[in-house]
Design a protein around this ligand. Structure first.
Ligand code: CRA
Length: 809
């Protein structure tokens, strides 16, 4: 199916006219987006169908990635690119006097996730399809995604994100595959005449789960996998029982909004409802699909892998048990063996407040049958392990303790594999957070360092760089990322370095224009662009960055004639609506921005830009223009991070603590090509253990630090209403939980080293090139290959020599 430009033009005109009954010349950008999206979806539909059919025909083992969050980003460009028709479409549209770029901007960016975890799920979807692995996503079709962020007077204001307002061209509502999910009521087991117990229900709330399927397009391999997002509706046969909006509410609310907390456990009945709704619908539809394979039930683990993305979908374990026992009539032992072999679990955080625990009473009432099963899993676990490990370990690992259901424990006990998302993180799981489990099940633990898809984050976000790499080393790296290392050979080649520098400058000019357009701030594209983009969290320490900016500001004011390397500090970050401290940090940074950007003494030396509404689409604009990526979390706190990988792949140098995947980045790029500072995880653990840290002492003894901290509350920063003092108090009087003051000096020192290097452009660019050339290990293709080989035992299905080749690192 080789589309030509002329064919595209003809088909597109017809497509447009069929949809809108207007000629394409009269269309709005939005209409063109819709028509083009439908055109592409039609184009890929045959592959979508054939991929599904071929998996069944081959009896392929399939993986189901269960995640409460997906952040796919805009899909028009990526789908056209992976299908290999992007250039043709662009050319065709140009001939029609239309601009692909403006049309692509009309797409809503579905924010069905909070941050790294959701974006990781979507990078994984891209890699699964591109590696020809039978992999499906399973999640929720939230009507409202993560809130849209606005700044009013420097304060974050949340506005609902109605991403479905205009039609979503990618989804297909699939009425054939609906399921019924039950909540509440009474359940009991009754022996029947066939010799097994039957689960009987009364007074349940019945919810219809309707799947919306979205194609996940592989890179030039004719493979299209499926992302299934569930929406809650009233069962058709019960419609007559519902009369008012109030009555409908318990059903419609289930898939209405995404919980806006990142790395923070949200203990609400509704959230538990959402989790079970997604899990039950997903498991039911998998088991139904599996029947098509016509193999004995005990072979389910040879055909199905269910992956639990953090504990949010951990109810998949008791739900699978329920279906295998109550509907497939297997014994407990048979069902348990299948369940454990089928399920695997990834932990994404060690933050205590993020570890999900549901009150037993709530679980019992909302999910009575599921609670019975969890109770039995717990009873058997405790009975078995008590004689082997004694009270201490057994009680520390029980699922039910102190009136709550510990979801991480359920996930570990019910899975055959438990992984962390970077080496350090996995080590911490084994030695600390889950150490008792590591003693019981050492064989289950393994590390899978996160990755990113270079297709979205390099090929498409940074086309000039991509073209340059193609020119220097050929195109093989796109199918086989390991080839990127060949680019290292150009580190001494002046011409290449000049080209790399020029591309960066062009990207920065584009971003500078965008900054002027949306923020009204003029920045110098030759300044050092210093970028911190991620959720706002105390452990990520955006306030450390802010203190450094203040420090620079005060230095410039004190020594106005001193030459400085001009910098533009760029932020993008949403704070959870209920996270007061994070919101105070946003306000402080915005106020510092007002101060700095409007001070005539400062000029180009220092600018601060805080973008509103950070998300995938904004990241695509910012990342290619970054000189420095800020990865400054307190060591041990950031499980992995993934913006660190995206930024390095685009030639940013990393300003990093030895945390999460930063450590692996350092190992691959070499310590000369990264700025490392701050406490190590061991030092942090020690300081916490011996309680010797006194932040106030630092404030009192370090003059430079004191000046900066005082500026938070002495009126230096205009427009604050106590937010500066709140930050000050947390750092000085409440002993600085995240060791911001402790790391301050070493941070400033690392920043000074960055300045010195930036003053030698060739040297800087050489390191930038080495970062680009060392980024291949962080391709999600490798990460996914390891999940496929080690955890899921699923194969790549090739049809020819197209697509991403069997990966050989
Ligand atoms: N907030 C971690 O904090 C990690 C991503 C993806 C996070 C990040 O360091 O890169 O997951 N954890 O693995 C999380 O969401 C519930 O825990 C994140 O995105």
């Amino acid at each position: 199916m080789n589309l030509t430009v002329q064919e595209f033009i003809e088909e597109y005109k017809t497509q447009f006219q069929t949809m809108f009954a207007y000629s394409y010349e009269e269309g709005t950008t939005e209409q063109h987006y819709t028509a083009l999206g439908i055109f592409i979806k039609n184009y890929l539909s045959r592959h979508w169908k054939e991929t599904r059919e071929s998996y069944i025909k081959e009896g392929a083992k399939q993986v189901y990635y269960f995640s409460m969050e997906f952040l796919p980003g805009r899909q028009l460009r990526n789908n056209a690119y992976n299908l290999g028709i992007l250039d043709i479409i662009k050319e065709g549209l140009t001939e029609l006097d239309l601009s692909f770029d403006s049309i692509a901007e009309a797409e809503a960016d579905p924010a069905l996730g909070n941050g790294g975890l959701g974006r990781l799920a979507s990078c994984f979807m891209d890699s699964l399809a591109s590696l020809s692995i039978p992999g499906n996503g399973n999640g929720i079709r939230y009507q409202y995604g993560l809130f849209r962020q606005k700044f009013v007077d420097g304060y974050q204001v949340e506005v609902p994100e109605n991403w479905l307002r205009n039609r979503n061209v990618w989804e297909t509502r699939n009425n054939k595959s609906t399921c019924l999910v039950r909540f509440g009521g009474n359940v009991w087991l009754e022996p029947n005449d066939k010799g097994y117990y039957e689960a009987k229900y009364e007074n349940t709330l019945n919810v219809l789960a309707v799947p919306y399927d979205t194609p996940m397009v592989g890179y030039r391999n004719n493979k299209v996998n499926n992302l299934r997002l569930w929406s809650a509706e009233i069962p058709v046969e019960e419609e007559a029982n519902y009369h008012t909006l109030d009555e409908i509410q318990p059903i419609s609310e289930i898939t209405q909004v995404l919980y806006p907390d990142d790395s923070n456990y949200e203990g609400q009945l509704l959230r538990l409802k959402q989790e079970y709704f997604m899990v039950s619908a997903g498991v039911q539809s998998i088991i139904r699909h599996f029947r098509k394979y016509n193999v004995p039930r005990k072979n389910i683990p040879d055909k199905i892998a269910i992956h639990i993305n953090d504990t949010h979908p951990a109810l998949a374990i008791p739900e699978l048990m329920r279906i295998l026992m109550d509907e497939e009539h297997l014994t407990w032992d048979q069902a348990w063996e299948i369940t454990q072999k089928t399920c695997s679990y990834t932990n994404h955080t060690i933050l205590r407040e993020a570890l999900e625990k549901w009150p037993i009473d709530m679980m019992k009432e909302l999910l009575p049958r599921i609670y019975m099963i969890i109770e039995e899993i717990n009873r058997r676990f405790v009975d078995y392990h008590l004689p082997l490990y004694g009270e201490r370990i057994t009680w520390q690992t029980a699922i039910l303790q102190n009136g709550v259901v510990n979801m991480a424990h359920l996930a570990v006990i019910g899975s055959h594999s438990v992984n962390g998302v970077a080496k350090l993180h996995t080590d911490i799981l084994m030695s600390d957070v889950l150490k008792d489990f590591f003693e019981i099940y050492p064989e289950r633990f393994n590390n899978k360092t996160n990755g990113i898809t270079q297709r979205r984050w390099v090929h498409l976000a940074n086309p000039e760089l991509t073209a340059l790499i193609d020119e220097k080393i050929g195109e093989e790296w796109k199918r086989n990322p390991a080839e990127l290392k060949v680019f290292k050979g150009f580190e001494q080649d002046e011409e290449t370095l000049k080209q790399v520098a020029e591309i960066k400058l062009n990207n920065k000019k584009r971003l500078a224009d965008y900054i002027e357009e949306v923020k009204g701030i003029q920045v110098n594209p030759r300044a050092l662009f210093d970028v911190q983009i991620k959720r706002l969290h105390a452990y990520k320490r955006q306030h450390l960055n802010a203190l450094h900016i203040l420090h620079r500001y005060l230095e410039i004011k004190r020594n106005p004639d001193k030459e400085v390397v001009p910098r533009v500090f760029i932020f993008g970050a949403k704070a959870a609506p209920s996270y007061v401290y994070a919101k105070q940090i946003i306000k402080v940074i915005n106020s510092i921005a007002d101060l700095v950007n409007n001070d005539p003494d400062i000029g180009d030396k220092l600018k601060v830009v805080f973008f509103e509404n950070y998300g995938v689409s904004l990241a695509e604009k910012i990342i290619p223009a970054a000189d420095i990526g800020e990865q400054i979390s307190l060591a041990s706190m950031e499980a992995s991070g993934t913006s660190n990988m995206k930024l390095m792949a685009n030639g940013a140098l990393t300003m990093a603590t030895l945390d999460g995947a930063n450590i692996e980045i350092k190992d691959f790029v070499g310590e000369d090509n990264i700025f490392i500072f701050g406490l190590t995880d061991k030092e942090v653990y020690e300081l916490k253990a011996n309680q010797s840290y006194q932040s106030k002492e630092l404030y009192e003894t370090n003059e430079q630090l004191r000046r900066v901290l005082d500026a938070l509350k002495d009126g230096t920063i205009p427009g604050l209403n106590g937010e500066g003092s709140a930050i000050f108090d947390s750092l000085v009087h409440y002993n600085d939980e995240y060791f911001v003051l402790k790391d301050f000096e070493s941070y400033v020192d690392a920043q000074n080293r960055a300045d010195a290097l930036y003053a030698k452009p060739m040297e800087w660019t050489r390191k930038s090139l080495l970062n680009i050339a060392s980024s291949a290990p962080f391709s999600a293709d490798y990460t996914i290959k390891r999940y496929a080989d080690d955890i899921w035992k699923v194969k790549q299905y090739f049809t020819g020599d197209e697509g991403v080749q069997p990966l050989d690192e």
